[in-house]
Design a protein around this ligand. Structure first.
Ligand SMILES: O=C(O)CCC(=O)C(=O)O
Length: 423
């Protein structure tokens, strides 16, 4: 069978303007009402202690505002220790390509195959790719091009959306507003997404933060996030099947999810071997859907080796985050990953982080194979885990254990557990 990934054309690394792409995409869609104010995503948090300390330490860095495209050598704050930045193994990671179209087309053998692929990948490194996802190539291309167009704006324009300390939304250049060292060679734009609001939250974010000219790009990302949410619920069904969990347990849990979308832009780098585009980290969220362009740079740590994940045209990379690791009672793994940069080409990636509603209690099902095993982690809310990883702990392979200890001492103490680091 020819998969959708094989049918779909590669996403070209084009520089066509997002406005043009957005206009052609949105022509066919009915206009939606706009609210000209930036919504306050409920995932935002008040400024934390490490944030304030880091902001002070990083003041010089922030004041000089790195324009990464103009640096002839990498400035000292971008140099990473060799252990983090050590070269990858030549062997690509074997990331299964799972056709999620089988959840819609009633192909029972295909469904069993997909569930088995997911089970094998998630029990080892937690990464797989999906095709047959139904996200149009035009929409994916428009979303990637929208990122290029935003990041190519003059710094002063991008700064209109700059991240407010203590929140997850907004523009950052190398996270220099938060950290003084181990800065990532990238710029990011992040914003919250949830559906069911009176007006489209992503359109509101773009128009409210950057002005009416960005309404069309906002519509692209609104639609992209809606598709990502639908895809993440489909993947939840596949995860239920693969774990033998009762139908609907995970899907229903994420019906009212409130997610985070992050556009990553990695400029070419004069000394790529000394720095990283995204530092080693695990995602504290539930599930990540990554769309990468055709440049490549994502790497996963497996058995002590960094292994590249080659972009597959038309496919999206999925990885399990800590929150789903807890929901699966530790059966499925959240794994360390990073992004490297290169000397020749810019790279773009779009990460959609599926998060539960903040007050939902994260608890694995108490029946079936997942429920029969002793509980690995206590009940917690996403709001608590978010607070822990934002304020106290750089998410790594031990996040859930450290978080469990922190919860047992009472989160009210709020003392830093380990220095946060920039990814
Ligand atoms: O750009 C990539 O390949 C990885 C990005 C990532 O891990 C992140 O944004 O958290």
């Amino acid at each position: 069978m020819v998969s959708q990934a094989q049918q779909e054309p590669a996403l070209p690394h084009s520089s066509s303007t997002a406005k043009r792409a957005a206009a052609s995409l949105m022509d066919a869609r009915p206009a939606q009402p706009l609210l000209l104010r930036a919504p306050t995503p409920s995932i935002d948090l008040p400024a934390s202690k490490p944030d304030r300390a880091a902001a002070a330490a990083g003041k010089a860095a922030a004041a000089s505002v790195f324009d990464l495209r103009r640096e002839p050598k990498i400035p000292a704050p971008f140099v990473w220790p060799h252990d983090d930045a050590r070269p990858a193994s030549a062997a690509e990671l074997d990331v299964p390509l799972v056709d999620v179209g089988v959840l819609r087309n009633g192909d029972r053998a295909g469904l069993r195959r997909a569930a088995a692929q997911v089970a094998a990948a998630c029990a080892t490194h937690g990464f797989f790719q999906v095709c047959g996802h139904g996200v149009g190539a035009d929409l994916a291309r428009a979303a990637l091009d929208g990122a290029s167009d935003f990041f190519r704006l003059p710094l002063a324009d991008k700064q209109r959306a700059r991240r407010v300390p203590g929140t997850v939304s907004g523009y950052t250049s190398a996270h220099a507003d938060r950290f003084a060292s181990k800065l990532p060679w990238k710029e990011t734009l992040s914003f919250g997404f949830h559906d069911g609001a009176a007006s489209p939250v992503v359109v509101d974010y773009f128009a409210g933060t950057l002005g009416q000219d960005f309404e069309a790009v906002g519509r692209v990302y609104q639609r992209y996030c809606e598709e990502m949410k639908a895809l993440s619920l489909t993947i939840m069904e596949l995860l239920e099947l693969s774990l033998g969990v009762e139908r609907g347990y995970y899907r229903d849990f994420f019906e009212d999810s409130r997610s985070i979308m992050r556009c990553n832009y990695y400029p070419p780098c004069p000394e790529p071997e000394r720095t990283l585009g995204t530092g080693p980290h695990c995602d504290p969220t539930a599930l990540t859907i990554l769309l990468q362009d055709d440049v490549g740079g994502l790497e996963v740590l497996v058995d002590g080796d960094w292994r590249p994940v080659r972009p597959v045209p038309g496919a999206m990379v999925i990885n399990i985050g800590d929150t789903f690791m807890a929901l699966s009672n530790g059966r499925y793994k959240s794994c360390l990953h990073r992004a490297v940069v290169n000397q020749r080409q810019e790279r773009r990636s779009l990460a959609f982080f599926l998060c539960p509603r903040e007050d939902r209690v994260v608890r694995p099902p108490d029946s079936g194979a997942v429920g029969e095993a002793p509980r690995r982690y206590p009940d917690f809310t996403w709001a608590d885990l978010m607070r822990f990883t934002q304020r106290h702990y750089r998410a790594d392979t031990r996040t859930l254990d450290a978080f469990t200890r922190w919860l047992s001492h009472g989160p009210a103490q709020d003392a830093p557990v380990a220095a946060a680091a920039s990814t």
